[in-house]
Write a protein that binds this ligand. Sequence first.
Ligand SMILES: Cc1cc2nc3c(=O)[nH]c(=O)nc-3n(C[C@H](O)[C@H](O)[C@H](O)COP(=O)(O)OP(=O)(O)OC[C@H]3O[C@@H](n4cnc5c(N)ncnc54)[C@H](O)[C@@H]3O)c2cc1C
Length: 501
Amino acid sequence: MRTTEVLVVGGGSVGLATAVFLSHHGVGTLLVERNEGPQAHPRATGIGVRTAEMLREVGLAGAVDAVALDWSAGALGRVRARTLADLAETAPPAPAVPRQAPYSPAALRGPCPQNRLDPVLLAAARERGATVAYGTGLVSFTQDEEGVTAVLSTGEWVSARYLVAADGVRSGVRAALGVGLTGPGALTEPGQNILFRADLRELVRGRHFVACEITDPAAPGMLVTIDGEKEWVFLTALDREPAPALIRAATGVPDLEVEILSTLVWRARAQVAEKFAQGRVFLAGDAAHAVPPLGAFGLNTGVADGHNLAWKLALVLRGEAGPALLGTYDAERRPVASLTMEQALVRMSDPALHWGQGPAAAEARARAGALNAPVVHLGQRYVSAAVIDPRPEPPSAEDVVACLDGSPGSRMPHAWVSEGVSTLDLVRSRFTVFTRRSGGAVWTAEAARLGLDAHAVDLAEIPPGGALLVRPDGYVAWRAEGAPERLGGVLDRLLARGQDG
Ligand SMILES: Cc1cc2nc3c(=O)[nH]c(=O)nc-3n(C[C@H](O)[C@H](O)[C@H](O)COP(=O)(O)OP(=O)(O)OC[C@H]3O[C@@H](n4cnc5c(N)ncnc54)[C@H](O)[C@@H]3O)c2cc1C
């Protein structure tokens, strides 16, 4: 029997990222994926700012940026044209030059489709000590008070302390647990996602776009950028033949050389699992929640699941936290998934709610109940026993900076503390105390006594004479007005020390 601390089932982007986060925290991790290698057919392309922050935390910002598309000179979001050739004939609207957001230290130079992201995650997981086994499916599992016993398609048995199911929208683990789903479910008829190779460089020169809606009746669909040059995806109805002629019609180039690489049948879904954990088994990514693609929230929300869970599992496995800490995974991630699903749904009815900039777009979002995308990614707040006095609602639908105000349950505010070093970088995946530059000595002494890192920084969100206690995932656990002597007790409470699971 093979043993591991955590068995991750599924090697999509979420399973791989979870393996990276777990091994970053020193957790023994075995990931099993039934396919023979990483997924070659990408679905997600948009990597959000919060995901970029998590990659930065584990030292992968540079590696992912290096494989992201270079759109640093600017790009368009979603555009519309009869054919791609028609788009090429119009004067390109001035592309918005992407700039580093003032609220985050992390920024990718452009999209990073999954077929570029996953190999980086795979290498990083292995470098950090995780075992990733391809061609290895989970067949069945049982759990008891001690752990999980799993049977693999190779005939091997695995004994794990915990199991993370990142096995996708049709999660067999979720089904085996009997966990139901909430939400409308399938939203559209099945469509197809055609991955093809064709040199479209001349047509898109100066007009990089995330997606181009093609309206020509001969080939209606959505052209999505994969490498921005020779690799593309065309999303269209299932009754269209996935052949070069279809791509020629969509691009408006009758003699275009086209190689169809693969097709994927999919349908937009909106569903959230009724619970994200049962006993020692946790659901993450599409296994826990599936959201329609508009908004580019699915993968990003899934990666954040793994990030939220990894530090908790690590501390419980090391005996530094009580098992009840793991109950905060469902309490924190399920509401985020539900709100994210609502936000993706509202965008389906009007994509301009997502892409629109400026006051008119903000007003339209306010009327429709849509949050600005950065607020969906970064402005949501955790309410759980791992936060003292949480503040539930994002206080602004438009302004993410207003959401990142140091409130308990929010992602701690970013400020540069020295060249290239953010307040977030100081967290180093550990509980960390932040004080103002004056009046922090007593906090620093108390933090040192408890073995915590402490930093004095210029951050207006820290109460004078008080402190922010930040969790390993960069979220504010406690905003203290004073009383450093309470720090140890607060930590015991946050970590559910002395409590049963
Ligand atoms: C058209 C489209 C565009 C999208 N665009 C974006 C975007 O821009 N940004 C974004 O954030 N999201 C986007 N999404 C959503 C995103 O693609 C998904 O949320 C994400 O890929 C889910 O990843 P996952 O790892 O949870 O699941 P999956 O990628 O489905 O991976 C699950 C894995 O588990 C494996 N598996 C299943 N059962 C077993 C078993 N028993 N044993 C071993 N392995 C098993 C499967 O083989 C699979 O590899 C898009 C989705 C679509 C359809």
